[in-house]
Design a protein around this ligand. Structure first.
Ligand code: SF4
Length: 462
């Protein structure tokens, strides 16, 4: 039986483990053209001002890290010298002011997320200054909004946690990845369990309402036994949520990852087994799988939102937030406004230069088409709830799923024969087995991948 399952998985990997998007957006970022003229973005801001619409989300990207973790795929500027932070805040102030000038009113912010890089690269005083900048231009909903921050326990101090909790942050996402010392040494991220445990406790002592832990499977030197140990230690932290990301080895994009080629790295079936073991382990510990790579306690809002059909996916993963507009600040940050994706200059210097010249420093913009919206609905339903219910789809898009995607559905015989999906009269369902290959199912609805022959832009789907 064991051998039968193994050869089935081997077969599926040989067919489906290929480069593909993670679908934190649709269309995905490589589709967005280079646009440095911010006039369309400015028009969207003016439209938002005229509508004085509902609450929005704000994302702030702090791009600095003291050192580089070798697996990292984030947009990072490695600076051991913190003197750059003040200049960064000055530019951020300019960017916030340029946006606020177009808005002319203080939008209510229901969600504020500090990401990076390392948000606590900023000193506690700089965190207060940053929040003063934001409070000046936005009406942050401290009562019922979500203020969340990514924490690197290696550089975060109790003073940082004090500053963050004083400023109303209640959601803390701790970057862990793996607790095994050999794995940590290989990826150059030394982070003893005891330090992380202490920080999580300190965050809770300051009233943290939600603790998330990020792990990565597929890192060099990971084994089934070592990763099981990491999971056991992680549960000692009693997280409300866990994110279990697949390591994306893309050294042709992130050159620093080439160093990791010297180590043995779980790939193919071995890597997939890490995910399957982790899923079994976490589910038997009472966590629920949320979408592709998140787990949550049953009482967590993510679980509740999944049951109530309110769960969504965006650049930060899975979320319960219903706000459509995201204003984003900082290099490489991605916003969404009026159906348009807007990404800032990824290069720190170019981002700064744009702001020094008094213009919004964007690098990519893309206005979604009607077809994009319809396909986005299908893809996000698959990525979030592993199913598309045709009645809901019709209600939300006005389109009959089986008519709109007649060709796509007809081309899915292989997925069904391989046991990854089932096509019913009223719904398309991703099977338990198909959940492991959910990106491949979603890809069938991606218009921009049809006939794709260009350079490799994505990581492997498993
Ligand atoms: S701390 Fe996070 S953002 Fe910084 S290098 Fe490491 S993984 Fe990348």
């Amino acid at each position: 039986m064991e051998t039968e399952q193994t050869s089935k998985l081997d077969y599926l990997l040989s067919r489906y483990n290929k480069p593909g998007p993670r679908y934190t957006s649709y269309p995905t970022a490589p589709v967005w053209p280079v646009v440095t003229d911010p006039s369309s973005y400015i028009n969207q801001l003016k439209k938002l001002a005229r509508s004085a619409g509902g609450p929005i989300s704000v994302y702030l990207h702090i791009p600095f890290c003291e050192d580089r973790c070798l697996y990292c795929a984030c947009n990072v500027s490695v600076r051991a010298d913190h003197s750059v932070a003040d200049r960064f805040l000055q530019h951020l102030e300019t960017e916030i002011k340029l946006v606020a000038d177009q808005l002319g009113f203080k939008p209510v912010v229901d969600s504020l997320h500090l990401g990076g890089g390392t948000p606590t690269y900023l000193s506690p005083e700089q965190i207060h200054r940053l929040m003063a900048l934001l409070n000046h231009s936005f009406d942050i909903n401290f009562l019922s909004g979500e203020l969340s921050v990514e924490i690197d326990p290696v550089v975060t101090t109790n003073d940082h946690l004090d500053a963050l909790s004083d400023e109303g942050f209640q959601r803390f996402s701790f970057g862990v990845q793996d607790f095994n010392p050999a794995v940590q040494e290989a990826v150059k991220r030394i982070q003893p369990f005891e330090d992380t445990y202490r920080q999580v406790s300190e965050a809770r002592r300051r009233g943290a309402q939600s603790v998330n832990v990020d792990l990565i499977y597929g890192l060099p030197l990971q084994t089934a036994a070592s990763f099981r140990e990491t999971l056991k230690k992680t549960l000692l932290l009693d997280p409300d949520r866990l994110a279990l990301f697949s390591y994306a080895h893309v050294p042709w994009i992130h050159k620093h990852q080439q160093v990791l080629d010297q180590y043995q790295r779980p790939e193919g079936l071995e890597k997939l087994s890490l995910l399957m073991d982790a899923k079994d382990f976490l589910e038997s510990a009472g966590y629920r799988l949320i979408g592709m790579d998140h787990f949550a306690k049953p009482e967590d809002e993510l679980s509740v939102a999944l049951d109530e059909g309110r769960l969504r996916r965006n650049f930060m993963g899975y979320t319960t937030l219903q706000t459509e507009t995201i204003l984003a600040f900082g290099p490489s940050s991605i916003g969404f406004i009026g159906g348009e994706y807007v990404q800032n200059q990824k290069n720190l210097k170019q981002w700064e230069t744009g702001l020094s010249e008094g213009r919004l420093p964007i690098e990519h913009a893309y206005q979604m088409t009607t077809d994009d919206r319809i396909r986005q609905r299908a893809i996000m339903d698959i990525m979030v709830q592993f199913a598309v219910f045709y009645d809901d789809f019709k209600r939300l898009t006005g389109e009959t799923f089986t008519d709109y995607f007649r060709e796509e559905l007809a081309g899915m015989d292989d997925l069904e024969a391989d046991g990854l999906i089932t096509r019913f009269n009223d719904r398309l369902v991703v099977t338990d087995l198909g959940e492991l290959f959910v990106r491949n199912v979603a890809m069938r609805f991606d218009r921009y991948l049809m006939g794709e022959t260009g350079p490799r832009r994505f990581s492997q789907t498993v």
